[in-house]
Design a protein around this ligand. Structure first.
Ligand code: FES
Length: 111
């Protein structure tokens, strides 16, 4: 598999996030209020709660379950700092968003 079409920029405005399925992989697409586009794992690394149910503020996403906070642009935990998010390669051509999920596995940090 390579880059697959996910959506258009009109489908996901700045400050929004949404889940999409690429192949058989569920991803979370985030469009920050600064215009950065990020494709990351859909599930929280902690206890696999959907990250899309959390709160997005700038590039910071807070999981609703236990309030772990992530910098989605860097794919790193902010509080706590040890968890990481898998980031998928992403590109935009003619306002269409493409993501490549091949070879990237979700990350987990159960404590
Ligand atoms: S499941 Fe996300 S912080 Fe616990």
């Amino acid at each position: 598999m390579a880059f697959e079409r996910v959506c258009t920029l009109d489908d996901l405005w700045q400050g929004e996030m949404a889940n999409y399925t690429v192949g058989e992989t569920e991803i979370l697409l985030v469009h920050t209020d600064k215009g950065q586009l990020v494709a990351t794992q859909a599930m929280c690394p902690h206890q696999e709660v959907e990250l899309v149910e959390g709160e997005l503020s700038g590039c910071f996403l807070t999981c609703r379950a236990h309030l772990w906070r992530f910098n989605v642009v860097e794919g790193k935990g902010v509080n706590p700092t040890h968890p990481e998010l898998a980031l998928y390669p992403i590109k935009v051509e003619n306002d269409v968003v493409y993501v490549d999920v091949e070879g990237v596995e979700p990350k987990y940090a159960h404590s």
